[in-house]
Design a protein around this ligand. Structure first.
Ligand code: E4P
Length: 219
């Protein structure tokens, strides 16, 4: 399972990249706005920091302008993945960019029907937003199960399931059980995944006993 980080905060990304566990990055217009940075500059810097796919989202809504934006974003770095919304124009743009050889992440997916369309349009990634579905009382992880089942039935679909809008480690565990290819994690969720009180308690006890021996491994 690949881990992407859902952030445009360079400091956070640099810190998390050091874990050796980060396979890519996703951004969206809200995250760019939160960074307070120029989008093109920040995407270039993220691409230099993390060698894997870095999603940069178009902001136009019509096909012609989306395609121009997507082609401009794709030129920023070889690891840019252009993100387009799941609309008719977005999928038309996905198909054109995929034909260019650009990786496309289709975002704002909330149904299996939409995920089928994205796969047919040649998306490299489909981003179902599990947390936002949970927020309105629908079953976010149920959607991941449906999409994984459908994609597995069609080996010609090369689209990877990128679990987005992740709110907590249970989303990640469930996504892994379902065989989702990628989860994009807010920085706090990756940090939460390390934590268990018994790890802290066990380590404290081991270190206290070690102290009593008076030994040092490095001499
Ligand atoms: C994914 O690519 C999106 O940027 C993100 O996961 C949205 O998450 P949110 O629902 O927490 O905004």
């Amino acid at each position: 399972m690949k881990f992407f980080i859902d952030s445009a905060d360079l400091k956070e990304l640099a810190d998390l990249a050091q874990t050796g566990l980060v396979d890519g990055v996703t951004t969206n217009p809200s995250l760019i706005a939160k960074s307070g940075r120029n989008m093109l500059e920040v995407i270039k810097e993220i691409c230099a920091l993390v060698p894997g796919p870095v999603s940069a989202e178009v902001t136009a809504t019509d096909h012609k302008t989306m395609l121009a934006e997507g082609r401009k974003l794709a030129k920023l770095a070889p690891n840019v993945t252009v993100k387009v919304p799941l609309t008719p124009d977005g999928l038309k743009t996905c198909k054109a960019l995929a034909t260019d050889g650009t990786m496309v992440n289709v975002t704002l997916c909330f149904s299996a029907a939409q995920a089928i369309l994205a796969a047919k349009a040649g998306a490299a990634f489909i981003s179902p937003f599990v947390g936002r579905l949970d927020d309105i009382g629908q079953d976010g992880m149920g959607l991941i199960a449906e999409i994984c089942q459908i994609y597995a039935a069609y080996p010609a679909f090369k689209t990877e399931v990128l679990v987005a809008s992740v709110r907590h480690p249970i989303h990640v565990i469930t996504a892994a059980k379902l065989g989702a290819h990628v989860a994009t994690l807010p920085p706090n969720v990756l940090r939460q995944m390390y934590q268990h009180p018994l790890t802290d308690k066990g380590l404290a006890a081991f270190l206290a006993d070690w102290q009593k021996t008076g030994q040092s491994i490095l001499g």
